[in-house]
Design a protein around this ligand. Sequence first.
Ligand code: SAH
Length: 684
Amino acid sequence: MKIFCGQANPISGALDWVEESEEYDYHQEIARSCFADMLHDHDRNVKYYQGIRAAVSRVQARGERVVVLDIGTGTGLLSMMALTAGADFCYAVEVFKPMAEAAQCIVEKNGFSDKIKIINKHSTEVTVGPDGDMETRANVLLTELFDTELIGEGALPSYEHAHKHLVQEGCEAVPHRATVYAQLVESELLWSWAQLQPIEVDNRRLVPPSAVACCAGAHSVCDIQLSQVSPDSFTPLGPLCTMFSVDFSKPVSSAPQTYSSRFPAQTSGRAQVVLSWWDIDMDPSGTIVCSMAPSWTYPNAQPAPWRDHWMQSVYFLPIERRVTEGEEVALTVCHDDYSLWYSLQSNSQRDTNSEATPCRPCCTCQAHLVWTRPRFGELNDRQRTGSYVSALRSVLKTDSVCLGVSDGSLLPIFAHMLGAKKVFSLEHSRMSRQVIEQVLEANSMKGAVQLLESTPDQLTTSDLGGEQISVLLGEPYFSTSLLPWHSLFFWYCRTALVGLLQPTATILPCAATLHMVAVEFQDLWRIRAPCGTCEGFDVGPMDDMVQKSLDFRESSESEPHPLWEYPCRALTQSKAVMTFDFTQCVPQQQISSQGLLPFIRSGCCHGVALWMEYQLNDDITVSMGLIGPIGEQGACEWSRHRRQGVFFFRSPWESLGDGSAGVSYSFTFNPSLGDIKMDFTVES
Ligand code: SAH
């Protein structure tokens, strides 16, 4: 069977739907899955093991034969733990075929194949009875079906079904219970991901349209590594509330529920954001707890266990609201079978409207569909706006004819506000045009920027009212870009537009530079590192499967990661390795760059981080990667707005940092593909 996969095309700026084999799709799924990260999660594994031992003992103490149901067995890890703890038999259910095959292989390798039956089905398809998948109902229920939002992977319907059809009444469940916590905060930083703030341009204020300001926003959860958001960047307005618990040893309902927590506001402020995480008690007494609480909740700055498969959630309230110190408020969480949402009520609201269930947020203004959360953050970044405004001011004249090329961009509006004679903007998507039009209208600038639907190669002088472009503007930002260099689409647009540019036209940015630095990751290395053994079980076949999938296409490519969430230390200096001169057209010939970057710090080098910097004019550069100098110990500060590229080495390298070794690099930009091939080797 053939399937279609989205692939960024830097030449057309489009997300191409490339026909791939079904095999490609599942290799992608395996290569990009969090299995390695999960198996490296020692805290999780140890606690599951403790909980499983305790549950097996409780059933044995009742004099019963221990029959286990492991829903979503993955590598078979929890089933192998249960048998080692003394269980008699395990039914291990796994819906994803390659994973079920790997589980079979792992279970055999570890000598458990006679006591574990792998069932390659979704648990809701599993049957019980003499001819069924399971001979009898189980009395121990093991699962790990949770995501960052707890229920987003369908844990509730799976539990609901299992209690009705697959397990005995009074079964022992590991985990036994999950609890969701939430805290109401004011945070300019986090709120800047949800709402467009007023933007100052040359003493004039660009205000957000009211439709955007009163929109409840995107409904999808914002999952992040909250440990990397400093407590200095938010103010708690209430205590950490226990919102609700689910007991997994009793029948579970996936029906929608609403829970509220009342408290007096701790301080006056703007209620904007809810920070949330959960924990799971592995046993009924709650002595074995696996918690997702971020690092800053731990005493003495002790780091929280690191994991990427479970992070923390940020929810944006449908509308920002002032609360005053001491005011009684109620924080309400609603959930359906797959997602959660929060709202805030004051005392008076609750009394008059206590029955109404707050509805699930849904974007009504389109801006939350056009702008992603990091993009909102980027548009709200005052320092960044300042750089673009200064650069624009330095090039604009009263007779300037500007054309903007970026998606959902405010830059053309800035150009108008700064006095350009005429401003056009290529906004290919209808939704983007509508959003930008709303911004123009809200600021009494209707028609000030002419939004064009055309692609750069179709654009004609008549689309520009007979004018020639004197200033071509880009941030550049394109919604289809995944890796830093995908925004080179701007260069291809500039090339396609050459016939419409005045001979002396200014191109802003005038150049882009690709930068690299070799790094030691504090934790991110775990997502790609082989596991070998996990809690004493050989999970090698899993490693082999992941490696095979990586080799299928991807192992010599980089992947996008928001590095501000994943601390790393620079082991080399950062280096500009390739420059793309936007004042010229895309050349016919390849551009290549080779060199050696010596290790200047000791550490374990896991790979290379890559990003673009845009030169707006002779003096102003904006970085999509490092946004400050590298610290003495190698500390890096990354832009939060864009993902950086990460190239993981197949095996890490221990650097002595004495200059005796270095990373040799080779980059080749192929203009006919718009792609950059890269290769790195450590030389000593
Ligand atoms: N139990 C393993 C793996 C957990 S990952 C461990 O703890 O290491 C969750 C796995 O459950 C995934 O492989 C996913 O494919 C599978 N899964 C999720 N819901 C399922 C369901 N209802 N029935 C069967 N498999 C399911």
